[in-house]
Design a binder for this molecule. Structure first.
Ligand code: 5CA
Ligand code: ZN
Length: 409
């Protein structure tokens, strides 16, 4: 699949910072130490509805990770998937009487537009589950042949016991895992499974559902976790720097993905860090397509809201906190954008050199975007009260806000 166009990232004077970030697997901060090419996999959307503010907040967090890396003059190798065949997508298509491929294509196209408008950096590889199927089948066959997977009425399940590190991403106990598995696409109560937590790798063709050639597995379609594993191994390999997504993906998705890959390769770890963004709520409940309590990026754009204001609204919350989307959050972001734009539109101003360092320090410290905004706020307030004589300052500040926060002033 094609991704979306990249907005340019201005180079800044001085030196970027190494990123320290909270890793779910170790439960604490880690200083990432990527090579000259940093590798990141971020789980993409299941395209059965438009991009909501929760999605946007999660992609914003991983966009910041990349901007910090780019500021250290590293290259970034970024891979993202699109779960363009899965139960919720098929169910929605049937409910609304749409063709599931058309629904997926339409919503993916809208997602690209939203990401472009928000100045999110595009992945180098944007891969759909359907196009990944030829790569998924041999992985499932290998797991089965190695005894790490088994058949149940034609479906193929992964055996969680095949990975000695199973549990090492989320660290949840078995009861919590079972509950989350039932909630998030698993089937812990299906009779005949070796372990209730075992996730499906390959689902045998069902009447009336799409299916693909599965070689020795028979016709069917892939399970959810193996999709991301196949795409990540194909384009990044083992031991990539960051596996990212919202906190609802820590278990089962990222736990199972890590175990699939570790069982397949015998290597550890799948990812060197697992980074999870908090959940955005609306009216007290997690924003979710299945619940329908959503504020869409595209609706706000259609209503004339500046995407830069949407982005500032996302940045005003720490990525790891759970927060609530409200009109007041957006209004505050609009006002901030207005103050910042007025401040950089003057030909000179207070020196911005220290502000650039403050933004860098804030982001390097577990992506503390609110602290970065506060630093820019202070500069803008000084500009509005005292002004300044540094002719390069407004330009430098705009470039820093663009390069490090993805906001065009
Ligand atoms: N296709 C899978 C990942 S392989 C999937 O989870 N798709 S999704 O469309 O449901 O979610 C896309 C991303 O948005 C995931 O990282 C998910 O954790 C994140 N996300 C979903 N809802 C919210 C929310 N309310 N707040 C923050 N992030 C969210
Ligand atoms: Zn995924």
């Amino acid at each position: 699949m094609h991704a979306w166009p990249a907005s340019e990232v201005p180079a800044l004077p001085g030196k970027g910072r190494d990123l320290q970030i909270h890793d779910t697997a170790t439960g604490g901060p880690v200083t990432l130490d990527p090579g000259p090419v940093a590798r990141i996999y971020v789980c993409g959307i299941t395209p059965y509805d438009a991009t909501h503010m929760g999605h946007a907040a999660t992609y914003n967090a991983f966009d910041l990770v990349q901007r910090v890396w780019l500021d250290t003059k590293r290259q970034v190798h970024y891979v993202q998937n699109v779960t363009d065949v899965d139960d919720p997508l098929l169910e929605r298509a049937i409910r609304d009487g749409h063709d599931w491929t058309e629904l997926a294509e339409r919503e993916t196209a809208l997602f690209r537009e939203d990401m472009t408008a928000l100045r999110m950096l595009p992945p180098q590889h944007y891969i759909g589950a359907v196009e990944a199927i030829p790569g998924i089948v041999p992985l499932v066959e290998r797991l089965r042949d190695a005894g790490a997977a088994y058949e149940l009425d034609g479906d193929v399940y992964f055996s969680v016991e095949a990975d000695p590190h199973f549990g090492g991403v989320s660290h949840y106990d078995t009861e919590v895992m079972k509950a989350l598995s039932a909630e998030r696409g698993g089937d812990p109560d299906r009779p005949g499974k070796k372990n209730p937590l075992d996730p499906m790798l390959w689902m045998a063709a069902r009447e009336g559902e799409p299916s693909w050639d599965g070689g020795s597995l028979g016709p069917g379609r892939p399970g959810w976790h193996i999709e991301c594993v196949a795409i990540a191994l194909d384009h990044l390999g083992m031991g990539f720097d960051v596996q990212g997504g919202g906190s609802d993906l820590a278990f089962p998705h990222h736990e199972m993905g890590a175990s699939h890959a570790q069982a397949l390769t015998g290597e550890y770890p799948f990812a060197r860090s697992y980074v999870h963004a908090g959940m955005v709520a609306l009216n007290g409940e997690k924003m979710s397509k299945s619940k329908g309590n959503l504020v869409f990026v595209s609706t706000l754009r259609r209503d004339g809201v500046d995407p830069a204001a949407i982005r500032l609204a996302l940045l005003s919350h720490h990525y790891r906190s759970d927060w609530e989307w409200t009109d007041a959050v957006l209004e505050e972001a609009r006002q901030r954008l207005g103050r910042w734009r007025a401040a950089v539109s003057r030909p000179d101003g207070p020196s911005a050199d220290a502000v650039v360092e403050e933004i860098r320090d804030a982001l390097a410290n577990d992506l503390d975007a609110p602290a970065a905004l506060a630093a820019v706020d202070r500069w803008a307030a000084l500009q509005h009260s005292d002004g300044g004589t540094d002719e390069g300052a407004p330009g430098l500040l705009s470039r820093a806000v663009d390069a490090l926060l993805g906001v065009a002033l």
